[in-house]
Write a protein that binds this ligand. Structure first.
Ligand SMILES: Cc1cc2nc3c(=O)[nH]c(=O)nc-3n(C[C@H](O)[C@H](O)[C@H](O)COP(=O)(O)OP(=O)(O)OC[C@H]3O[C@@H](n4cnc5c(N)ncnc54)[C@H](O)[C@@H]3O)c2cc1C
Length: 301
């Protein structure tokens, strides 16, 4: 029986696995290779990498470190999670019984209506961006569009206004969905508002071209502000409490409301950043170690 199953091999899951293995605990990581970090063309805000680091490279370094500590990494999707008398049963290619589980399954960004091929090309060229906190700095003073509607898009535009005055809000649907106050505030801020639906035309040569209601626009980058889907269904399956947004609720030690189940990273409400995911993972792994130790002291033979 493994001491812990970590579900998710992104920055949160891999950090936790390294800590757990270094506590001399047996750990299996399940990962179906859809980390948001894998789509980062170059991160410039992750401390310790003055020239930036590609997301896939960062994940590979973390995987190498985990493997060197004997972590059992399985390229498998977990389909079900069940409570047992002394822990959990993880269902994947084959069932695995474990004493504890860390959920580090992250979130999935909702995409605009764009072909997968054009989307991936645009993301890797930094022409479609999902995280102003991460890379707003890189678009300073450039012509930028936010794709979305209502308050979510409004907030994103206001956030980005501290980076550039050349901003357009293009609604993904026929109505912009802004309140009168929001529309007035955007006018004050000099933000142009267009209504969709939006069609993505091309993404090359340092520009992304879209059409909205037949008019063609070119931007240095677009930020979809369409929200994200939280991958918290496994927590729900064992009865853990979720927030209104669907994030897993945790205490200051990353414990969920289900004994033996912990959560870290984007799946938990808070700042969706690598540094935060890694910090929460360190806390979670240490809580797991201490809680397991309470029920069965960890003593070196
Ligand atoms: C384009 C882009 C650029 C970004 N740039 C930056 C940046 O510069 N700096 C920064 O700090 N942050 C950045 N972020 C955010 C950052 O990627 C996330 O905050 C970070 O990846 C969260 O880590 P995580 O481990 O919680 O989740 P993820 O990295 O999303 O990892 C979750 C993992 O869980 C796995 N998983 C999910 N469900 C299952 C299941 N049922 N079974 C098995 N495996 C499962 C997935 O395959 C995935 O590998 C960016 C995000 C995007 C999309």
């Amino acid at each position: 029986m493994h001491d812990c199953a970590v579900i998710g091999g992104g920055p949160a899951g891999l950090t936790a696995a390294i800590y757990l293995a270094r506590y001399h605990l047996s750990v299996a990581v399940f990962d179906d290779d859809t980390s948001r970090a894998a789509s980062i063309p170059m991160s410039h805000n992750h401390a310790g990498f003055p020239d930036g680091i590609n997301g896939r490279d960062l994940l590979n370094r973390m995987r190498t470190q985990a493997l060197r500590h004997g972590v059992d990494i399985r390229a498998e999707k977990v389909t079900e999670l069940h409570r047992t008398n002394n822990g959990f049963r993880v269902l994947s290619h084959e069932p695995l019984d474990v004493r504890s589980v860390l959920l580090a399954t992250g979130v999935v960004n909702r995409r605009p209506a764009i072909s997968a091929e054009l989307h991936d090309t645009a993301v890797s060229a930094g022409l479609v961006r999902y995280c102003p906190v991460c890379d707003g700095f890189e678009i300073t003073d450039k012509p930028i569009a936010v794709i979305g509607s209502g308050s979510r898009a409004f907030k994103e535009v206001v956030f980005l206004r501290s980076y550039t005055k050349n901003l357009t809000l293009v609604s993904d649907v026929a109505e912009h969905g802004l309140s009168a106050e929001e529309a007035a505030r955007l006018e004050e801020l000099g933000v142009a508002v267009r209504t969709g639906p939006v069609e993505f035309v091309s993404a090359d040569g340092g520009a992304i071209e879209i059409t909205a209601r037949g008019q063609r626009f070119s931007f240095a980058a677009v930020y979809p502000a369409l929200g994200s889907d939280v991958r918290s269904h496994l927590a729900e399956m064992v009865g853990a409490e979720l927030s209104d947004e669907g994030c897993v609720t945790v205490d200051a030690h990353q414990r969920t409301t289900v004994v033996g189940l912990y959560a870290a990273g984007d799946v938990v409400i808070g700042l969706d950043q690598i540094s935060n995911a890694m910090g929460q993972a360190g806390v979670a792994a240490t809580s797991i170690r201490n809680d397991l130790c309470d029920s069965m002291p960890l003593i070196r033979p």
